[in-house]
Design a protein around this ligand. Structure first.
Ligand code: ADP
Ligand code: MG
Length: 211
């Protein structure tokens, strides 16, 4: 898997913003985070359509030892997957993957009856902002977005410059840089430190140059 080429601003305790040049880099980052997650954790994913939320969940699943394919659960609302018996975390938490895009609101989230599963599951909610927070006061908020430069007219030039170096060789057609902001909210200090260390420990992660 190609390494995420990432840039992070600020001190080690700030929520890092990671730059992932390719979809595989986004998966690699999420995989490292997923390996840190335990039952009861809630991950809220935000960002526009196509930003890479489902792609992120694919990596997260691998970190949980779930190898069943992860696709958008838009039409089933919530998908429950167990870790592989032969994988790295056979007794680890289940993955509950929710896409709240089509949920009308908190009431429908209640209908999913996630509460009974929470302790034994990592619940990941796409489009969960303002909705999934109530599942747990402690959660990981992850915001994915296209880079500002990629949205403008100079996207190609900006992207090419940004991809120069090792990542350029690994990029496939369709890959475009994304920024991924990882913000632990309400987690114990020790877990916050572990999560941030996991992000910073992904091969290829480096501190941002001052800009
Ligand atoms: N750096 C990147 N990170 C994540 N996805 C990327 C990246 N570059 C290109 N992509 C592509 O963008 C698309 C993101 O789709 P998806 O994960 O379904 O988005 P969302 O769930 O946010 O709507 C995928 O086709 C993925 O391959
Ligand atoms: Mg999606």
């Amino acid at each position: 898997m190609p390494e995420p080429t990432v840039t992070m601003a600020g001190s080690p305790t700030d929520p890092p913003t990671v730059r992932c040049a390719t979809a595989d880099a986004t998966r690699a980052l999420a995989r490292a985070l997923g390996a840190e997650l335990v039952g009861g954790d809630v991950v809220v994913l935000t960002g526009p359509l196509g930003a890479g939320k489902t792609t992120f969940v694919q990596g997260l699943a691998l970190g949980l030892g779930v190898t069943a394919p992860v696709t958008s659960p838009t039409f089933v609302l919530a998908r429950h997957q167990r870790p592989d018996a032969a994988g790295p975390r056979p007794d680890g938490p289940n993955l509950v993957h929710v896409d709240a895009y089509r949920l009308a609101g908190a009431l429908e989230l209640d209908d999913l009856d996630l509460d009974s599963d929470l302790d034994r599951s990592v619940v990941v909610v796409e489009w969960g902002e303002g909705l999934a927070e109530r599942l747990s006061p402690a959660r990981l908020q992850v915001h994915l977005d296209r880079e500002p430069a990629a949205a403008g007219g100079t996207a190609a030039a900006g992207g090419a410059a940004a991809l120069a170096g090792a990542d350029a060789e690994e990029a496939s057609p369709g890959d475009e840089p994304r920024t991924v902001r990882v913000e632990p909210v309400g987690l114990e200090a020790a877990r916050t430190a572990r999560v941030l260390a996991a992000v910073r420990g992904v091969p290829g992660v480096r501190e941002a140059q001052a800009c």
